[in-house]
Design a protein around this ligand. Structure first.
Ligand code: ZN
Length: 190
């Protein structure tokens, strides 16, 4: 972690409130269609659980999908939360102008060049997405599509490794559990 850790509970609650407000119409793709805000909360919680105490990283995790999925702008983030949080969120935001396959490829290529703190958010995001694809998949996703998604996250995470082993181990565990789940759903699987 590059900068001096920041501790500020008000910052965390402001980020949570900003994210909840901006994602208020959003739903996750899983069958239960849980409110979108549960996802960024889960991502921040993954980081906290492995010992990340820098509240700017946790706040950026809470905000990590606001640029991609809501009308929030980088300027909004900078004005509310300062340049470091804006930079972290921008680093984990896909280029929405690209078609989906190219976006995935771009995310893969950029992963290696991201700053360490952004890599941590990226891995935590993948932990949550891998769990969802394993256990609460989007309606209509075939087993094959889910498998391909898991494989892709593994490539992205491989390029983010080397900074926080407990987080990486957690990803590995969740990936293995989700793959086992897919195996068990395979026709003829257990
Ligand atoms: Zn996310």
């Amino acid at each position: 972690m590059t900068n001096q850790p920041t501790t500020s509970l008000p910052l965390l609650f402001c980020a949570l409130s900003f994210a909840a407000d901006h994602h208020r119409f959003g739903r996750r793709k899983g069958e239960e269609a849980s409110p979108y805000i549960n996802h960024p909360i889960a991502v921040a919680a993954e980081l906290a659980e492995v010992g990340v105490t820098d509240h700017k990283i946790l706040a950026a995790a809470l905000l990590h999908d606001t640029l991609e999925d809501t009308d929030a702008t980088p300027e909004d983030l900078e004005r509310e939360f300062g340049p470091r949080i804006r930079r972290l969120v921008e680093a984990v935001t896909d280029d929405g102008s690209l078609p989906k396959e190219q976006r995935k490829q771009a995310q893969l290529e950029q992963a290696r060049h991201m700053e360490t703190d952004a890599k941590l958010i990226r891995i935590a995001d993948k932990i949550c997405n891998v769990r969802d694809v394993g256990f609460a998949p989007a309606a209509g996703w075939s087993l094959n599509r889910r498998r391909e998604y898991l494989d892709w996250t593994e490539h992205v995470v491989d390029r983010c490794r080397g900074h926080l082993l407990p987080l990486e181990r957690r990803y590995d565990d969740v990936l293995a559990e989700s793959r086992a789940q897919l195996d068990s759903e395979e026709p003829g699987g257990e």
